[in-house]
Write a protein that binds this ligand. Structure first.
Ligand SMILES: Nc1nc2c(ncn2[C@@H]2O[C@H](COP(=O)(O)OP(=O)(O)OP(=O)(O)O)[C@@H](O)[C@H]2O)c(=O)[nH]1
Length: 574
């Protein structure tokens, strides 16, 4: 018996197997009691083999010719029931094909032979198993398909279903009835979960049956399950189905909404005036607020901070006068105290509003004059023609009859541009040949407007500052000629001021005020400029009415000027 036990142990060890060959002669009688006592030891040895040979199960498919022929007959029941060598053979049962060979060669040589072919075949199965795993891990696309596959087995609770596939291992259990006691089978089921997911991906369902046998080996399958678990979670996200609906709906709605507003009268869909002005002055406000914040970071209000703030305000084109008003007001209430940027901006908004309040007034037209003549002047490119078009649109929309005069006879493009605005606003345009006398054109237009009974005549002019003398002579002549028909004409002289010009705008107003008697301003291009503060400086210095401000090139981008809104917008106060 002792020799026999030694043989058994040696049988468990591959190396000793060779020794058995010598003892093959006498070993017929087997005592089950002794073998059962040995089971624990053998079982311990088994797990080791299993870990290494786990992939072997696949070998079944590969070595089928030699093993299957023998094994199929009675591999499953035989190993366990008939002879307990089964426990010893237990490693083989994992390989399934082995059990048969073990029975036949009870002598031992047989077991030695099968393991080798299995080992040879192992690499193949391992590759088979690994490829799907790695493939699933490396390329996500493969994982993605896996999700749908999982969705199938997991109609309701995926995690549970994933566990369900584990029961599949039970199929493996029948093949290894002896292993049932082993705890591993429980772990094994986990891998099956992977197999089902991967198997269905590339292989047909029938091929899935073999994979479950392979699964037993990879414990790594568990993490895969964990990974799969989240995927199922994504699967339960049936909400994705509703997503497409809202996505499509929103897109279509947006498109419709955009289309409708365009068709409808511009004002309906457009943002509030304050909102648009605030957006237009965003750059000015951001830069100003940022600089103010930089001054008052971790500093109390003292002479230095006040001086720094004054510099910031002047650099923002607000002008010396307004800058001093703001710093004086701040010092009066907060000197020596901690001052936040918010407090400074609030005081700034209040002081700016005070400066602008006196110039923010609506444009009034005296319709007792037929027509009320509006002469528009300003430097080239400041927005004269565009502003004329916007204003004409407002007037015609208000029911007034408007006539336009292309007084900038030096630029063909200016004439054509005005004609376009005339068509858009359904206003007749009086124009002459290029280079014609601007004063003569203005006179003719005035007469035609009188004859037509127009409510308003808007005259465009050239704005060449390159030749100040010539410009002054031309503008003076226009005013003089218009006075011949109506001593009070032109009734309104509007100057367009480009906000992006900065401090230069102050000089422009000075020049045109003296030459053409400007009595009102339109600040253009306040949208997107960081120099909106110039409007405050112009208002403070010239105290000319600011009727409108332009915040865009569209017809409705001309809005009445509001001191409080402009002050809040540029100060960044809600
Ligand atoms: N962003 C913006 N662009 C404006 C605004 N007003 C006018 N513009 C643009 O400024 C450019 C010059 O405008 P015009 O109306 O031709 O200026 P102008 O003073 O008549 O110029 P001349 O005909 O050369 O004398 C055009 O491209 C206008 O679209 C405004 O408020 N905002």
């Amino acid at each position: 018996m002792a020799g026999f036990l030694k043989k058994i142990f040696s049988f468990g060890k591959k190396e000793v197997v060779e020794e058995r060959i010598d003892e093959t002669t006498p070993l017929p009688p087997i005592k089950w009691d002794a073998l059962e006592a040995l089971k624990p030891a053998t079982e311990q040895a088994v797990p080791e083999f299993l870990k290494h040979e786990e992939p072997r199960p696949e070998a079944e498919a590969a070595p089928p010719p030699p093993v299957e022929a023998e094994a199929p007959p009675a591999p499953l029941p035989a190993p366990v029931e008939e002879v307990e060598p089964a426990p010893i053979i237990s490693p083989e049962p994992q390989i399934q094909p082995e059990p048969a060979p073990v029975e036949e060669p009870k002598p031992e040589p047989a077991p030695t032979v099968p393991p080798e072919p299995e080992i040879q075949t192992e690499p193949a199965p391992v590759e088979e198993l690994r490829p799907p795993e790695t493939a699933a891990e490396e390329p996500e696309p493969e994982e993605i398909p896996a999700a749908p596959v999982i969705a199938e087995p997991v109609p309701a609770p995926e995690p549970q279903e994933i566990l369900e596939p584990e029961p599949q291992p039970p199929e493996i259990a029948p093949f290894q009835p002896e292993k049932q006691p082993e705890p591993e089978p429980v772990e094994m089921p986990a891998p099956p979960a992977e197999a089902p997911s991967t198997a269905p991906k590339s292989e047909a369902p029938p091929a899935e049956i073999p994979p479950p046998i392979r699964q037993p080996a990879p414990i790594e399958a568990k993490p895969v399950l964990a990974e799969i678990a989240p995927e199922p979670e994504a699967v339960p996200q049936p909400p994705p189905e509703p997503r497409p609906a809202p996505g499509k709906v929103t897109v279509s709605k947006k498109v419709e909404q955009k289309a409708e507003p365009q068709k409808a009268p511009g004002p309906a869909p457009k943002r509030s005036w304050f909102q648009r002005m605030k957006e237009g002055l965003a750059r000015s406000s951001r830069e100003l607020s940022g600089n103010i914040a930089g001054v008052f970071t971790k500093r109390k209000l003292d002479e230095d901070t006040l001086q720094d703030l004054e510099d910031v305000l002047i650099r923002a084109d607000l002008g010396m006068e307004t800058a001093l008003r703001i710093t004086d007001s701040l010092a009066a209430s907060r000197y020596g105290k901690d001052v936040s940027e918010t407090e400074v901006r609030a005081i700034m908004a209040a002081e700016v509003e005070k400066v602008l309040t006196h110039v923010a007034m609506p444009l009034e037209l005296d319709l007792s004059h037929k027509p009320h003549v509006i002469l528009v002047v300003g430097v080239n490119g400041t927005g004269k023609t565009t502003t004329i078009g916007k204003l004409a649109a407002k007037l015609t929309d208000g029911g007034l009859s408007v006539m336009l005069a292309a007084g900038d006879t030096f630029r063909a493009a200016a004439i054509e541009q005005l004609k376009i605005w005339g068509e858009r606003t359904k206003s007749p345009v009086i124009a002459s040949k290029l280079g014609a006398d601007a004063a003569g054109l203005a006179y003719d237009a005035f007469e035609q407007a009188k004859q037509a009974g127009s409510d308003v005549l808007i005259i465009d002019t050239a704005g060449r500052l390159q030749n100040k003398t010539e410009l002054m002579a031309e503008l003076e002549k226009i005013v003089r000629v218009l006075g011949k028909l109506d001593p009070e004409a032109p009734h309104t002289v509007l100057q367009t001021v480009d906000a992006t010009t900065g401090q230069n705008a102050l000089n422009q107003v000075e020049i045109f005020r003296n030459v053409a008697g400007v009595n009102g301003l339109v600040m253009t291009k306040l949208d997107g400029t960081a120099r909106g503060g110039i409007l405050v400086a112009i208002a403070a210095k010239h105290k000319l009415p600011v009727y409108f401000i332009g915040v865009g090139e569209q017809v409705d981008d001309l809005e009445p000027f509001s001191a409080s809104e402009f002050a809040r917008a540029i100060a960044g106060v809600a």
